[in-house]
Design a protein around this ligand. Structure first.
Ligand code: ADE
Length: 251
């Protein structure tokens, strides 16, 4: 039986292919967000653009859950690679989410979400497993989806799929020094983004199963800014479209 699935992305390039796959979609706008409702792989899908950053992500997730009551929520988009070996074009499926810029010390330990007694939020295991399967499938399709020049430009010959921690903050990490600081402070972090841990917290509050899949657009280093923009324009949509379509097929 089809479920009500919410698909959330930060920016349009990450959602474009998914919308293209939903020919019957209807758009509504509320609270400054566009919601597209339609069908994909037998499920009722609501896709929404959250915008960038933790506040935008949290308010969008809250409004989405209150208004559309999804059974499950998938966040798909791009992230910066933090751990060594997490390269541009790889995919990271999140297994824990932490706000790297949250610090209410000395009232609470650094990174702890006040009132929660924990720093890390966890996704739904079964949905995460589905995204992992879908991501492994997507990387095998890339050579067919992208032309040889694009593959060469981004060095996308054998992308890997990783599972692990994603850290979130209201900063685009765009220097090698800052990336090194993150690696030292949070050695288990695979990737950095600006939304996942915020959505994770809202989904935990509402008891909505959720999972996150992120494609690495840059290495969160001195070249991050240009790598991010090129990847977003030329590659991101192919990944998210493939991954989400396959995931919905498996659900
Ligand atoms: N999303 C994609 N790349 C990022 C970076 N370098 N920092 C934060 N969020 C990102």
């Amino acid at each position: 039986m089809g479920q009500r699935i919410a698909i959330v992305s930060a920016v349009h390039e990450e959602l474009a292919e998914i919308l293209a796959l939903m020919p019957d979609e209807q758009r509504t706008t509320a609270g400054g967000r566009d919601y597209w409702q339609g069908h994909l792989q037998g499920h009722e899908v609501t896709a929404v653009l959250a915008g960038i950053g933790k506040v935008a992500a949290a308010t969008t997730a809250t409004a989405l859950i209150e208004r559309f009551r999804p059974d499950q929520l998938i966040f798909t988009g791009v992230a910066g690679g933090v751990a060594y070996g997490v390269e541009v074009g790889d995919i990271v499926v999140g297994t824990a989410f932490l706000q790297h810029d949250l610090d209410a010390s000395p009232l609470f330990p650094r990174w702890e979400v006040p009132g929660r007694g924990r720093s890390r939020m966890e996704p739904d295991r079964a949905l995460t497993q589905v995204l992992h399967e879908a991501a492994k499938d997507a990387v095998t399709w890339l050579p067919k989806l992208l032309d040889a020049d694009t593959l060469r430009l981004f060095g996308l010959h054998t992308p890997s799929v990783h599972q692990g921690e994603i850290v979130t903050g209201d900063r685009f990490v765009a220097t090698s020094a800052e990336s090194e600081t993150l690696r030292t402070a949070l050695p288990t972090a695979l990737a950095v983004d600006m939304e996942s841990a915020a959505v994770a917290q809202v989904c935990a509050d509402y008891g909505v199963p959720f999972a996150v899949v992120r494609t690495i657009s840059d290495r969160a280093d001195d070249e991050a800014h240009t790598d991010f923009q090129h990847f977003l324009q030329q590659v991101a949509r192919h990944y998210s479209g493939r991954i989400v379509r396959k995931a919905l097929n498996l659900l």
